[in-house]
Ligand binder design. Structure first.
Ligand SMILES: [Cu+2]
Length: 146
């Protein structure tokens, strides 16, 4: 029965139609920030509040920035009593859902920093969604000690 419904939707062109995708660039991203890094450190993290104000789910898969070689989505989690972080290859954000990228939760990991991040510096970051769309944001670097 379920299959039959799916097939009829396919016949109508309602499944897999690009018209039903929410575009990553329509995501509401506020207050993007990062911390200044010491010269010996070659990784950084970016935090922000992300809200999917569109009517469709979106799936974040990573990103890119001129300040580092690689950008990954990470989540803090306990493993064997130790706090670690996990590389998330896909983070789905439901329509209307707010996701906090902040210390202790999700963060965008910058791996292979090309230069130390300096306080007051602003750098661009593109968040990549599974459908190929991107959300470009600007990240403000804060001092190391808050
Ligand atoms: Cu991380």
């Amino acid at each position: 029965m379920r299959n039959r419904v799916r097939y009829s939707l396919l016949a109508l062109g309602l499944v897999g139609s690009t018209a039903t995708f929410a575009d990553c660039k329509d995501l509401d991203v506020k207050g993007a920030w990062s911390r200044a890094t010491a010269p010996v450190v070659n990784v950084g993290a970016v935090y922000f509040d992300l809200t999917n104000t569109t009517s469709q789910a979106v799936t974040l898969i990573g990103g890119s920035t001129p300040v580092s070689d690689t950008v990954e989505l990470h989540r803090r989690e306990m493993k064997n009593g130790m706090m670690g972080m996990r590389h998330m290859h896909a983070v789905k954000v439901a329509a209307g859902q707010k996701l906090e990228f902040q210390p202790g939760k999700y963060h965008v990991m910058l791996i292979g920093l090309k230069h130390p991040l300096k306080a007051e510096q602003v750098f661009p970051l593109s968040l990549q969604c599974a459908d190929g769309s991107q959300r470009k944001i600007e990240v403000l670097v804060h001092k190391i000690m808050q």
